[in-house]
Write a protein that binds this ligand. Sequence first.
Ligand code: HEM
Ligand SMILES: CC(C)=CCC/C(C)=C/CC/C(C)=C/COP(=O)(O)OP(=O)(O)O
Length: 299
Amino acid sequence: MSIAVPTRDLPADWRDLFALTKPRVMTLVVFTGLAGLLAAPGTMHPVLAFTAILCIALGAGGAGALNMWYEADLDAKMKRTAGRPLPGGRLDPQTAFQFAVGLSAGSVVLMDLAANHLAAAILAFSIFFYVGIYTVWLKRRTPQNIVIGGAAGAFPPLIGWVAATGKIELLPVLLFLNIFLWTPPHFWALSLFVKTDYANAGVPMLPVVAGIETTRRQIALYSVPMAAVAIAPWPLGLTGPIYGVVASVLSVYFLFLSLRVLANKATEAAGMGPEKALFKFSIVYQFAVFGALVVDRFL
Ligand code: HEM
Ligand SMILES: CC(C)=CCC/C(C)=C/CC/C(C)=C/COP(=O)(O)OP(=O)(O)O
């Protein structure tokens, strides 16, 4: 699935800086952050709420830019990423680095002013986690890279909630766990049909290191607790039936798609239909589940 982001009217260098923030992936990061903020009890002043969400976008964008700055060598080796601003030679690394640090630091300072210390601290920690733990430490070392490092992408709903309330509570922790357990099926499904790219770049992604069958088993294995954690807020009385029904139906369908991946015996990209279907649905799934959370809160 491709989310259209209008960049055509921007001058070339701004377009490249914008691309550095991984805007398409970050749409879901910002959406889940916004959902966390809106689902929280009480009301936040609209200007402060908008600023807090802006901070999540700036922080995630800054972290994405730092990731691209650090990985320019790796991106150059993969078809999917070779055209990015740095490997494409359209942006110099120093400008990229300054932009990335500026966004990251600015987002944390602004979050501290607009919301509270705890929200700013969790935002800072997620940026550190994505860049330091995932990108620098784990990505090139272990096939568990995205399981552990992927936690960075699970923080936004918690950040949104804490920005609004100042407190960490059970519901946003379950939302964190949902994205945390969703990330391996989301990414491993994709990595099965772009496997050769990672192998060429020497990144130890699970299909490269452990093989297709193990990856398919792991996808199914993570989908079960993911579904349980996604549905849990309803029986626990933390949300109403709108969220409960949407999360249940979509999680069961997610599980069904994971089982189809598990049952798939194809080894060629052309036969990886169930993997592509799961990857595409994984994105729709989170937009719908977090959308339902907000609708449920206000209806
Ligand atoms: C370490 C964990 C993750 C990895 C390695 C990963 C990797 C990827 C890759 C390689 C793509 C393919 C297309 C692209 O580069 O734009 C993709 C797409 C996407 N990812 Fe992930 N992802 C991870 C976690 C997440 C998280 C936590 C979120 C949001 C909460 C997310 C949201 C998305 C979205 C929205 C797309 C579709 C972008 C489009 O429309 O092209 N991903 N992911
Ligand atoms: C608030 C905050 C800091 C949020 C962070 C958001 C975050 C960690 C998102 C993770 C999703 C992501 C861009 C994975 C890409 O992995 P990759 O970098 O290995 O993908 P690539 O191969 O496309 O570079």
